[in-house]
Design a protein around this ligand. Structure first.
Ligand code: MG
Length: 432
């Protein structure tokens, strides 16, 4: 039986059959459906259509002990994206303008991943594997997310696929390593009681420790190890059993020493021992990890997802901590987190940036399942500069040890350029 006739000899496709059948069945309802379609089109944001948004300029500032790079990306629609990179050096200004000129100016910022990949591939013989080049690329990529979020009216976590959680647990990087054990314990307790942190971190590598063998030797001496153990014992005693404690060595020991430190700290139930050995030797991480029940953490000095692949393959860490202001970008952070997830490894980003960096990281932390905890700095509470250099709505500081994930379009925090000016590094053009 013929269901319909056709003036064409072409065999009707399944799609045209369905369309015609639908029209036949619902002919009387066509007007109503058309009204519904019109309403749907009306509800669809116009900004989701291809845009003629174009990048017109990129400017930057370099502040805070020659450490922090801030960038702004300008467009032909007066939308400006803000981003931060860390651990760059003086040359960042020139790298920003090199990348802007060759890969960003005149381009549509909506293609974040493509622009990031073009910057990376364009620098394969200019240092795009690690270090300053990747730091600058990270700041620019982060500003693109902010820009696109503002253009589309969406918070960055939404662009990343949505959020697993509404607030981000942070640990407080609390104090230096040159403290008497009782003082270290007192400070830990004070930070927990005063600000509500549920986790704290201390550095225990002290280059000035008189018991070090010498400045260049990377072996831990017996008295040095005893000092470390006494410090962390005092912290555990002060904060009780329910607060997490992290310990950072900044990669300053050899493998046997890393094993001794991890073993000595086993009774204190650490959340992790961070970078016990140099980042350049991930095999040492894996062997230390095999030797102890203390969880081993690393990653703040590995770059791009490529840099994390080998450590994962050899089982180097229990917890991964990329720095999202220098690992290649916020999208790169997502890729590293998702790679970590396939290795059953929790994601705990390093963060020594600013409130802009903290919130940028928080969007990524919200958007991945395996987030554990994010770094926060006690100097945010104690140094007014960190409040001055950013613009934001709501509370600057954490609430009960958590950062609420912002819902504003973009990242939700911007650079306060005029307030930042007085911290600019002399000799480097400031947003010019
Ligand atoms: Mg560290």
């Amino acid at each position: 039986m013929k269901l319909f006739s056709s003036t064409s000899n072409k065999k009707p496709s399944r799609r045209s059959f369905l369309s015609r059948a639908t029209l036949g069945i619902t002919g009387a309802m066509l007007a109503t459906n058309y009204d519904g379609l019109a309403a749907s089109i009306e509800r669809t944001p116009k900004s989701s259509a291809p845009s003629d948004l174009k990048i017109t300029a990129v400017k930057c500032g370099f502040i805070r002990n020659e450490h922090s790079l801030f960038v702004k990306i300008y467009t032909n629609q007066d939308i400006v994206g803000h981003g931060q990179g860390v651990d760059g050096v003086y040359g960042t200004y020139h790298v920003v303008h090199h990348l802007a000129k060759n890969h960003l100016i005149g381009k549509n910022p909506l293609n974040i991943n493509r622009l990031q990949e073009e910057m990376r591939r364009g620098g394969l013989f200019k240092g795009a594997q690690a270090g300053m080049y990747v730091c600058v690329m990270t700041a620019l990529e982060s500003a693109l997310w902010d820009l696109v979020g503002k253009a589309l009216g969406l918070p960055v976590y939404q662009l990343m696929g949505g959020k697993f959680r509404d607030k981000i647990r942070v640990y407080c990087d609390t104090a230096g390593s040159r403290l008497e054990p009782q003082e270290m314990g007192r400070r830990a307790k004070e930070d927990v009681d005063k600000y509500g942190f549920t986790a704290v971190k201390f550095d225990i590598d002290d280059r000035q420790d008189p018991n070090k063998l010498d400045l260049y030797n990377w072996s831990v001496s017996i008295p040095e190890l005893r000092r470390m153990e006494n410090q962390i014992a005092a912290v555990r005693e002060a904060v009780g059993e329910d607060i997490d404690i992290c310990v950072d060595c900044h990669g300053r020991f050899d493998e046997a020493s890393g094993m001794k430190i991890a073993k000595a700290l086993e009774p204190y139930n650490l959340m992790w021992l961070e970078e016990p050995v140099p980042a350049e030797v991930p095999e040492s991480y894996a062997r230390i990890r095999e030797s102890t029940t203390t969880p081993i953490c690393g990653g703040e000095n590995w770059y791009l997802t490529y840099g994390f692949r080998h450590p994962f393959e050899i089982g180097a860490v229990d917890v991964i901590m990329p720095d999202l202001q220098k690992c290649g970008g916020l999208g790169e952070g997502l890729r590293i987190a998702n790679l970590a997830n396939t290795y059953n490894t929790p994601f705990a980003p390093h963060m020594v940036a600013s409130y802009l960096g903290a919130i940028s990281s928080a969007h990524v932390c919200a958007a991945v399942p395996n987030f554990l905890i994010l770094e926060w700095q006690i100097y945010f509470h104690e140094n007014e500069m960190y409040k001055e250099i950013v613009d934001f709505e709501g509370d600057f500081l954490t609430k009960d040890g958590y950062i609420p994930v912002p819902d504003k379009p973009g990242l939700g925090v911007e650079i306060n350029q005029e307030a930042m000016r007085k911290y600019a590094t002399p000799g480097i053009p400031f947003f010019e």
